[in-house]
Structures are given as structure tokens and as C-alpha cells.
Design a protein around this ligand. Structure first.
Ligand SMILES: Cc1ncc(COP(=O)(O)O)c(C=O)c1O
Length: 495
């Protein structure tokens, strides 16, 4: 392949939403192994290729360096990089973008879903983001309440749930949300779901049609993006800045049917949406007939500042569908969450959720209602806030100890994770893989972006499920991996 063909071929196969460095390396490796790049042929200069692909030169240098380390490239002093003699695979066409080889029968939306799947097999340990300390869950209290419910089990509690969920839980939730989150609602407006994923699925199924435009924050939580992606919607990423989601001055394309936002704690970067932005968002959505899905996933955990009231409360409950979950406050495996919908939609949502999901788990829902009403949710959340606050301090101290002010930390004043920013030329996905090999679970920040042009590099570090005494040693291990991937970071001099 001559350079111009190579650049074209790469351009065609680079996919949005995935780290460019890694893709570039994989594609070049594929081209070498399949003989598309013949042994002895000269690769274009990193500067030229970077210009053609619209990526940074370091991205290309990184890919070349990786190939060189694998013995696929030879460098001739002063003359450039040449493809080395390697054992080749039988020639075969590269898979077309969007068509995984092993699953040819999948639908387009099935393929889209799986291509961008982000779910990790590991869900525990330093520094798994977003996971609460489930070992602190008050099991004895829960068992006591649960056993009592089983002793008095009524036959209808062992059947399917009524549309919207168990009335006792909807009552308890309405009261809790009015007090804790300034949500304006009655119990009838609450739809109990099996977590935020199902809540967003229900909203999208009832309020959008395939092909409708949905705005997401850039970056955003991949899990909810996948849920929407699988419904064949036109997902458009909108930038966030220090005040949260920015309504573009001159929006391009169709106006959104839905806008999915995290106003209380932008996921994953952590800023709070300003009042001015909230009002502007509500005004725009009213004038365009768009719905806002407010994902309020972890606002119970704020350190040093008071929780910010919900956007739903500001709106009065007309435009906003409010989504919450017990995945962070209790434990993710409970699979219980809720949706608060405008009063006019409430009976329709209740009916549709029963029709679609045929929910059950009423004994669990009854136990949760008691748990909330008897004050256990409040006391558990307060206790965990103190515990997580200490773990957050320990992680911040470990970062400072290792890197001083060299690596900025974002979003550390709330939630269960913080973001460690890395130099723009770092391959954070490769770092994630290397950290996993060293026994440390982190997530690359670039995975949360869908447009290569806006990608920032960093790592999401969850501190909630790591005992305080393990944070320093675990971060020390991670710091070693970070230094290998960011060699130009200065070694910190201790004062
Ligand atoms: C931004 C965001 N929203 C929602 C959730 C929770 O989803 P679910 O309630 O389905 O567990 C998560 C979990 O990590 C999250 O990060």
C-alpha cells in the first residue's frame, strides 16, 4: 500500500468512540500481518500520517513505537520506519466496521450495542469506579425487615407487581424524594424500576421513535448510552463545561426529543450544573417540546457542600423525568431504582412498565419501603458519606504524595469516584489494561467520549469500595503503571 492508500484505509476503519492510539496500532498490526503492508515497505512519516488522519503526532508515534516493540517495524537511522519480515496470517478481508465476525446474525442495533459494550467482568476492588462498599450494608436490619414481611406474606405479594410498583414503596419514595431532593411529586408519579437502565429504557420506548434525536452529555455514562443506542436513536453528544451541559448557540440537525443529563454531578467529570444553565435548559426544552431525563445517580454523597436540589423540583415536574437508583446508596445487585414522571404521564408509564417488564420482587420492594420509612436509608447514607469522605481524602493524599500537582484531579467533591487527568498524549486505554494486569481496576476517561475530537485523557478512580488502609499501597502500584505510560512525568521530589 502506498502512503495515500494507507491513510485512506486507516481513515475508513477508525471508529468513533474508541481510543485512536489503540485502534491505529491494531489496524497497522493487522495490515502488517495480513500482508497489506509488505515487508520492506516504508511507512509514511508520523507527521504526515497524523495530518492526514487529523490526530496528534504523538498518537501515530505511539502506534509506531508499539509496532516496533512487537518486532513489526525496523528503524533505519535517518531514513524512517520500514515493515519488518514477520510471520504472516493467511490474507483475509478486515471485518467491515460495525460487523463483528462472530455474530453475523445480529441486527444493526444489536451490533451497535455490542460494539460499544463497556461492561466489565470485575466489579470490586481498588479502584473500581461507581461501586459502593457493599460489605457495609446493614444485612441484619434488612434480614429482620425481610423476615417480618415473609412471615406475613400475602399471596398477591408473590405475584407480578402492579404497574408502577408496590404502593407502600411508592409512598415511601415520594416522601423521601420530596424531603431529600426537593422533587415535586406524588406517589402516583413514581414508577419503581429495576435500576436506572430500565428507567431510561422505559422513557425512550414511550417518548421516542427509532431515528429520533437524543442529546447526551459529552462525556457521559456508557451504560445509559448503550441503552439508548440499542433503541436505534440518533444520539448526539453535546459538550459540557464547568457549568455542565451547554445548549449550543446554533444547534445543528433535528431538535432533541430527549436530553439526558446529570445536573447534580456530571458523570464522569463531576461538575454541578449552574442555576442559569438549568433555567436555560428548561426554557429551551419547553420551547422545543423536548423532554429532559435527569439522572440523579449519586447526589447523596457530597463532601463539604450541601446537596444541590433536583432539576425536576425547579421545573415543577412538567418537562423532567427524574431517574434515581439504589445502586450507589445500598448495593447494585438489589436492582431497584425509580422514575418520577410528570403527572399527566404517570398512569401511562405505570401501565407500560407492567406490560413491558412484568415486574415482580414485591417482597423486596416491601422490605425496602420499611427500610426507608424506619429511617435506615437515611442513617446508612449518612454513615457511608463519612466513610467515603475519609477514603476520598486518603486517595487525594496518595495522588499528591506520588504526583504533587502534576496530575489535576476533577470531580472529587461528590460521588464515589474522582478523575485523574493525564497528559493529552497518554493512551489511557492501554494504561487501563496495564493497570488491570497489575491487579488495579480503573477506567480510561476516553471511553466515556463518543467524538474523537473532544476526547480527554485520564482515569476514573473509585474509592468507595477500597478500605482506607489499602488506598495508599494500591495507588502506589497504579502510580508505577502511570509512570511507565507517561514517561515525561517528573519523579516527585519529596519535601
Ligand atoms: C451515571 C450513572 N447513572 C446510573 C447508574 C446506575 O445504573 P443502575 O441504577 O441501572 O444500576 C450508574 C452506575 O454506575 C451511573 O454511573
Amino acid at each position: 500500500m502506498i502512503p495515500i492508500d494507507l491513510a485512506d484505509w486507516l481513515q475508513q476503519h477508525l471508529r468513533e468512540g474508541q481510543a485512536v492510539n489503540r485502534q491505529l496500532h491494531e489496524l497497522l498490526l493487522q495490515a502488517v500481518l495480513q500482508g497489506r503492508l509488505a515487508a520492506g515497505s516504508k511507512l509514511p512519516s508520523s507527521r504526515w500520517l497524523a495530518q492526514q488522519l487529523g490526530v496528534s503526532r504523538n498518537t501515530v508515534i505511539d502506534a509506531y513505537d508499539n509496532l516496533r516493540a512487537q518486532g513489526c517495524l525496523d528503524t533505519r537511522q535517518g531514513s524512517g520506519s520500514y515493515v519488518a519480515e514477520v510471520e504472516r496470517e493467511a490474507p483475509q478481508l478486515p471485518p467491515k466496521p460495525g460487523r463483528p465476525k462472530e455474530a453475523p446474525a445480529l441486527s444493526k442495533r444489536g451490533r451497535l450495542l455490542l460494539e460499544q459494550a463497556g461492561v466489565s467482568a470485575r466489579q470490586w476492588g481498588a479502584f473500581m469506579p461507581g461501586v459502593p462498599d457493599v460489605t457495609e450494608f446493614p444485612v441484619r436490619t434488612w434480614l429482620r425487615l425481610h423476615n417480618r414481611r415473609w412471615r406475613e406474606a400475602q399471596p398477591e405479594r408473590l405475584s407480578y407487581a402492579p404497574g408502577g410498583g408496590l404502593p407502600a414503596l411508592r409512598d415511601a419514595l415520594a416522601e423521601h424524594l420530596r424531603g431529600a431532593r426537593s422533587v415535586q411529586c406524588t406517589a402516583e408519579q413514581i414508577i419503581v424500576t429495576s435500576g436506572s437502565h430500565q428507567a431510561v429504557d422505559l422513557v425512550a420506548r414511550l417518548l421516542t421513535d427509532p431515528g429520533d434525536t437524543v442529546w447526551l452529555e459529552e462525556p457521559c455514562y456508557w451504560g445509559l448510552r448503550s441503552t439508548l443506542q440499542s433503541l436505534d436513536l440518533n444520539l448526539v453528544a453535546q459538550a459540557v463545561d464547568s457549568e455542565g451541559l451547554r445548549w449550543p448557540t446554533r444547534p445543528r440537525g433535528a431538535m432533541p426529543r430527549l436530553v439526558l443529563a446529570t445536573p447534580s454531578h456530571q458523570y464522569p467529570l463531576g461538575m454541578v450544573m449552574s442555576l442559569a444553565r438549568r433555567q436555560h435548559l428548561l426554557e429551551q426544552c419547553r420551547s422545543h417540546g423536548s423532554w429532559i431525563v435527569e439522572d440523579d445517580y449519586d447526589s447523596e454523597f457530597r463532601f463539604g457542600t450541601r446537596p444541590v436540589a433536583s432539576l425536576q423540583g425547579l421545573d415543577g415536574g412538567d418537562r423532567v423525568l427524574y431517574v434515581g437508583s439504589f445502586s450507589k446508596t445500598l448495593f447494585p445487585g438489589l436492582r431497584l431504582g425509580y422514575l418520577v414522571v410528570p403527572a399527566s404521564l404517570a398512569p401511562l408509564f405505570a401501565k407500560a412498565s407492567a406490560e413491558l417488564y412484568r415486574e415482580g420482587q414485591l417482597q423486596q420492594q416491601a422490605t425496602l419501603a420499611d427500610f426507608i420509612q424506619q429511617g435506615h436509608l437515611g442513617s446508612h447514607t449518612r454513615r457511608m458519606r463519612t466513610l467515603y469522605g475519609r477514603r476520598r481524602e486518603a486517595l487525594l493524599a496518595a495522588v499528591h504524595e506520588q504526583f504533587g500537582a502534576q496530575l489535576p484531579v476533577l470531580g472529587d467533591n461528590a460521588g464515589l469516584h474522582l478523575v485523574l487527568q493525564l497528559p493529552a498524549d497518554t493512551d489511557d486505554c492501554a494504561l487501563e489494561t496495564a493497570a488491570a494486569a497489575a491487579g488495579i481496576a480503573v477506567r480510561a476517561l476516553s471511553r466515556y467520549y463518543s467524538r474523537p475530537a473532544s476526547v480527554q485523557r485520564g482515569l476514573l478512580l473509585g474509592y468507595a469500595c477500597v478500605p482506607e488502609h489499602k488506598i495508599g499501597p494500591a495507588f502506589q502500584t497504579l502510580a508505577g503503571v502511570i509512570r511507565q505510560h507517561c514517561p515525561h512525568l517528573a519523579t516527585r521530589k519529596r519535601s
